[in-house]
Every structure is written in structure tokens, then in C-alpha cells.
Design a protein. Structure first.
Length: 345
């Protein structure tokens, strides 16, 4: 079969397709009043990763969906990445995924059905890794390839983690390196170095299964995953939701090696600048390089976790037990609310 580069058939890539936060806020504004429902524990008012509905017996049903255009050229890898990204929303709530259904948009006149089949096969493999069935889905003929999942999960409500519940003094951790958007942009431009081939794809296909374990830790106070708004955007969401200010130690943020080379070649996703346009008034201490890395849209990025500071040693032991030794140090702290939402030191 002729080598097809899926990224050439889409104007965006992965979670870099996401609408910028300040634009999304405008879209979601409404004067309509939703019916009251005391069973809906988490809705869209808190900008969280998934909706949660109380189904009784102290359990909650988790519902989420995520889809995007290709961020890699390989069809099966595209299916894997999109699926891992969607399932991770359940893990980010501290929950356990139960099943998924697929969302497929495919330009039938441009790309073969064989390639679409490979996308679905990639999804099946990731669902199997998460021990859930790919139970159905829906497809349309679309101008660009699109794929993702709608995922249902379950959680004991005592273990539910949200993105707006951090407390003053909490330490902040992240469980994957930053820079995926920069690497995938370099690959699309043909500038990716040989020693970086496959690094981004491997990270993006890695399920955030540890989130289910973190959900059971009482000292974990808040959790979300890092996706298209970049690390900075998700820190802002967490801080604003809790009415706090993040003090971020930029030197401790885990980065994929040698991002400076790609930044010098302007291998930067357009969405990084769209992200920053909404963050500018809320941040102090930003520099040219830190702007481009902290606003870099991640696809299936790491879990962003806050913990009670007295449990630092305990949590770092858990991270090491999960094979996350390089992430077993805090990148910042939640402080009392000040003029800025994020202060970079």
C-alpha cells in the first residue's frame, strides 16, 4: 500500500485542535437555565474532565468524550492515541473505565477504508489494554479524518477527584513530560531528529492508569490531565477553580529533551499562541521559551495532581512504585490567592 501521511489530511493535530479556552468560554455562555438535577455531581460548570452522575449505593457514573484529527501519520497509532486520550479522562477523575463507543469521521473519497480499519484496530488494542470493550460507535463521511471515543466509567464517590478542589499549601505534580506538541509539529515539518522518532507517539499511547490508584489516596486533593490547553492552561483551571494562585518552579517541570532546538526552528503548534492569548493577563514570570513549552498543547498528557504537603514522601513512594521515578518531585505549590493566577519562578 502507498505510504499515506494522515497528518497531511488535517488542518490541526491531536488536542492541538481544541478551541482556545477564552473562545470556548464565549461559546458556552448561555442565558438558558438547565433543569435542576441533584444527581449530577460534576457538570460543565467546573471545566472538569468528565461528567459524574450519582447512581446510588455511593457510586458515580463517569461520562466523557474526546476526539480529534490525526497527530501522527500511522493509522493504527492514531487510533491508539485518540483512544488513550479519551479513556484518560476517566482516570483523571480517579475512576475505572467500563466501556467505550467510537466516533469516526472519514473522507471516504480521499482515504481508503483499509486505513480506517487500522484506526479502529488501534482503538480496540488500547481498549483491551484498559480492559474494556469497544462496544459500538458512529461514523460519518467527513472532509478530514476524525477519531475518538465516548467513554463510560464508574467510581466510588469517596474516591472522586476534581480539578477545582486543591487547598492552600498543596504540592503539585505532573506525571508525563511536556513537549509533545512541539515534537509532532517538527515531524509534520520534516525536522524531527532521528533520536526523537517515536518518543511522542509512545508517550501519547501510554494510558494514565495510575489515576485510578491516585483516586483512592485521601491526601490527593485535586486531579486533572494535561491536554490541549497546555500545562499552563490546566494549572490556571485548577487555581481559578480553587480560588488560589500557583507558584510554578519552571526548572522542575519535566520536559522532553532538546526542545530548544525545535523552538529555534519555530516548530511550535499554532494553538500554543492561541492558548497564550487567553492566559497573558493571568500569568507573571513568563519568558519566550517558557511560553512556548508551558502553552504547548499536549495530547494524552500526564496527570496533574495536588496533594497535602505532609504526605509528600508517601506520594513520591507511590509514584516510584508506578515506575514514575523521574516525576517524583513537586513542580509547584498552591498558594493563597494573589493578583496573578500563576506565578512562574
Amino acid at each position: 500500500m502507498e505510504q499515506i501521511k494522515l497528518t497531511q489530511y488535517s488542518h490541526g493535530a491531536g488536542c492541538g485542535c481544541k478551541i482556545a479556552p477564552h473562545v470556548l468560554e464565549e461559546i458556552l455562555k448561555t442565558d438558558l437555565i438547565s433543569p435542576s438535577n441533584d444527581k449530577l455531581i460534576v457538570g460543565n460548570s467546573t471545566k472538569d474532565d468528565a461528567a459524574v452522575y450519582d447512581i446510588g449505593n455511593d457510586q458515580g457514573l463517569i461520562s466523557t468524550t474526546d476526539f480529534f484529527m490525526p497527530i501522527v501519520d500511522d493509522a493504527e497509532d492514531f487510533g491508539k492515541i485518540a483512544s488513550a486520550n479519551a479513556i484518560s479522562d476517566v482516570y483523571a477523575m480517579g475512576g475505572k473505565p467500563l466501556m467505550a463507543v467510537a466516533i469516526l469521521g472519514w473522507p471516504i473519497n480521499k482515504l481508503s477504508t483499509e486505513l480506517a480499519k487500522k484506526v479502529i484496530d488501534g482503538a480496540r488494542k488500547i481498549c483491551a489494554e484498559a480492559n474494556i470493550p469497544l462496544a459500538g460507535g458512529h461514523s460519518i463521511d467527513s472532509p478530514e479524518p476524525i477519531f475518538g471515543l465516548a467513554v463510560t466509567g464508574i467510581i466510588d464517590l469517596k474516591n472522586l477527584k476534581q480539578n477545582n478542589t486543591a487547598k492552600e499549601g498543596d504540592l503539585i505534580y505532573v506525571t508525563k513530560k511536556i513537549g509533545v506538541g512541539i515534537l509532532t509539529t517538527a515531524e509534520k515539518k520534516g525536522l524531527l531528529r532521528e533520536d526523537h522518532v517515536g518518543i511522542a507517539a509512545k508517550q501519547m499511547m501510554n494510558l494514565n492508569k495510575s489515576g485510578e490508584k491516585f483516586g483512592k489516596l485521601d491526601y490527593v486533593t485535586a486531579m486533572t490531565d494535561v491536554t490541549g490547553f497546555g500545562l499552563l492552561g490546566h494549572l490556571i483551571e485548577m487555581a481559578e477553580g480553587a480560588n488560589l494562585t500557583v507558584e510554578l518552579d519552571y526548572a522542575k517541570v519535566p520536559m522532553i529533551n532538546d526542545l530548544a532546538f525545535y523552538i529555534s526552528q519555530m516548530c511550535v503548534p499554532d494553538n500554543s499562541f492561541r492558548n497564550w492569548s487567553g492566559y497573558d493577563p493571568k500569568v507573571s514570570g513568563i519568558t519566550g521559551d517558557s511560553l512556548l513549552t508551558l502553552c504547548d498543547p499536549q495530547t494524552n498528557g500526564g496527570l496533574l495532581v495536588t496533594i497535602k504537603p505532609e504526605f509528600k514522601t508517601d506520594f513520591e513512594a507511590v509514584l516510584k512504585g508506578e515506575g514514575m521515578n523521574e516525576f517524583a518531585q513537586p513542580i509547584g505549590v498552591m498558594n493563597k490567592k494573589s493578583e496573578k493566577v500563576v506565578v512562574i519562578i
